[in-house]
Design a protein around this ligand. Sequence first.
Ligand SMILES: NC(=O)C1=CN([C@@H]2O[C@H](COP(=O)(O)OP(=O)(O)OC[C@H]3O[C@@H](n4cnc5c(N)ncnc54)[C@H](O)[C@@H]3O)[C@@H](O)[C@H]2O)C=CC1
Ligand SMILES: O=C(O)C(=O)[C@H](O)COP(=O)(O)O
Length: 378
Amino acid sequence: MKILADKHIPFIEKAIEGLGETVIKHGSDMSPSDFKDIDAYLGRSVRKLGAEELTGSRVQFTSTASVGTDHADTDYLESQGIAFASAAGCNAVSVADYVTAAILNLACRRGFSLKGKSIGIIGAGNVGSRAAKRCEGLGMDVVLNDPPLKRTTGEEKYRPIHEMLGCDFISFHTPLIRSGIDKTLHYFNADFASKIRPGAVLINTSRGAVADTQAVIKALDSGRLSDAVIDVWEGEPKISAPLLEKAFIATPHIAGHAIEAKIRAMRMVVNAMCEHFQIPKRVDEKDFLPPPEVEKIEIGKSGSVECRLNEAVKNIYNIEKDDSSLRKILSMQHPQRPDFFDSLRKNYPVRRELSTVKQVVCPKEIEPLCKAVFPPAE
Ligand SMILES: NC(=O)C1=CN([C@@H]2O[C@H](COP(=O)(O)OP(=O)(O)OC[C@H]3O[C@@H](n4cnc5c(N)ncnc54)[C@H](O)[C@@H]3O)[C@@H](O)[C@H]2O)C=CC1
Ligand SMILES: O=C(O)C(=O)[C@H](O)COP(=O)(O)O
């Protein structure tokens, strides 16, 4: 068996050792000829996957170590009888950590309290539902919107979109869907912007093209949006410099990049491949996870709750570092920028999920908030 795998799936070489011939490359360095004589492909979201790569290939099994599958032509794969696996839910905790870190950071630096602020969560799946729980725990009013879940479950907790237009924060957690009744392509556009609460905050950790870049820039310029937290960008790795300049927090598509999430994704796709080929081997993420780095965090006693929690979170995940790394792009020549964006993602430092801290010493009066920010490991 011959396997083509993305070099930046952590521990991939070790995990597939002994399973056959392996070719390990970074996704953006792979060319269609790399796919010709392979049986299995273990990829990431950085490389598209469809007819161009697979026509004439003998590949039987393909996969992506990500949740989003918009880079893969799943209709084509199905029509060719090629198996395809993704890593559903692998990084939901990591993205929820990111949203928590972003909201606390924004509230602290802008000097407002989160208590009683409202957030509309569009897409209440693995990420959205976890982000919602954290926000509720922080005292925010949460409105969920998820028409597909509303249709399948009938549950009242999924509200129509117009009910969240008045929210202080709007956070996107949908897949990128290009057409049909659940289309999310350019969901945030000029029309949407004209209906939201003036001064709202936009958070986009879903896919760049869920928001129309020009509409976000205009909404920031006009004050329709007071701030934006942008992790995902239209046309990555070529990103909009004007949006980067205007965003309050801007990061290089790393919300889901906690090491736990990446190893979970690796485990899911390798095991799916072994199952497909009826190979008895299974990998276990415990064999790859490094020990937690931070044993104990003490929450400070002075300052606003938001700033104290923000400082506590920074002990494990400092979102400001990711933001300032990305802003270095602005001092570079245009042709160098996409490679720099890519390199920040390829060489992302080890980041731990917030739940890995063993002990959080928290003043009694804010205990529920500490629990929301540092939830028990799942
Ligand atoms: N920035 C990052 O690093 C990451 C980004 N993502 C992106 O976030 C998305 C969500 O991730 P998960 O929660 O794990 O996926 P999920 O599949 O568990 O949840 C997505 C939810 O969106 C809902 N949905 C679909 N169309 C919708 C619409 N038009 N309006 C409202 N809701 C809609 C679905 O019913 C589903 O419940 C992924 O598809 C991916 O594109 C995911 C992980 C990491
Ligand atoms: O899972 C997803 O969807 C994401 O957006 C991941 O964070 C993408 O990770 P890579 O495939 O770029 O490693």
